[in-house]
Design a protein around this ligand. Structure first.
Ligand code: ZN
Length: 230
């Protein structure tokens, strides 16, 4: 218990070996039964940091959460945790917006505002902290930009961090409008509708490149085929 008092952010307050085993089991963390308890405790804390939904929770709350899972006899894994939280949030946004009775451009604008207040943007900020394309770093200007549009996405895709790029207003706008897209290596593809002059003033250059995750690619394929307008 002393460890937790002195290093409150490094350990969860588990005091017995069987108890921490149950915690690890409840969230599907593999562990060696005979490993010292302190290592199991650290494994739980390290795991917590890799789950976006839990990363900001205190260790105490994560421990309470594991006990709650254990009490309900629920065994879950990281993917379930991410997907469930993400789906729930997407549904809440949908419900709020459908209760407003708006359609078309206004609906899209409201969705953009809501999404940019939520965890989708937080997650993108954590991942990139600047425009994916040009490096603008002013956080108040950066926009969570969907690759596959919200309206076309399945519930679990709507707030999937891999379905987004963080972009400056300029690049968000032209990506959203289909003036630019990217190939599977992240190389920019620019629409012929942008003149040399437009490209100059919009800061778009055929040498530009974006870092991709493996899971960005399925969304980008959709963007190339359905949003990009050559
Ligand atoms: Zn930019």
């Amino acid at each position: 218990m002393l460890m937790i008092v002195y290093f409150y952010d490094r350990f969860v307050p588990v005091c017995t070996n069987p108890e921490i085993d149950k915690c690890l089991k409840s969230v599907s963390i593999p562990f060696e039964k005979n490993a010292p308890m302190v290592y199991k405790n650290l494994a739980l804390v390290e795991w917590k940091k890799t789950v976006p939904e839990l990363a900001d929770w205190s260790n105490q709350i994560v421990f309470d959460f594991c006990r709650w899972l254990k009490g309900k006899n629920i065994i879950t894994n990281k993917e379930d945790l991410c997907n469930n939280a993400v789906i729930e949030e997407a549904q809440k946004i949908e419900e709020k917006i459908s209760s407003l009775n708006v359609e078309g451009a206004s609906k899209k604008a409201i969705i953009n505002v809501r999404v940019n207040q939520g965890t989708f943007r937080d997650k993108l900020l954590k991942r990139y902290n600047k425009c994916c394309l040009c490096g603008v770093g002013n956080q108040t200007l950066l926009i969570a930009s969907h690759i596959k549009p919200w309206s076309e996405s399945e519930p679990k895709e709507k707030l999937d961090v891999d379905n987004g790029f963080l972009m400056c207003p300029n690049h968000d706008r032209i990506f959203d409008k289909g003036y630019i897209t990217f190939d599977d290596d992240g190389k920019i593809i620019i629409s012929d509708r942008l003149t040399e002059n437009d490209r100059l003033f919009l800061n778009v250059d055929s040498r530009m490149h974006i870092e991709l995750t493996e899971s960005n690619k399925k969304y980008l394929k959709f963007h190339r085929e359905n949003v990009f307008n050559r």
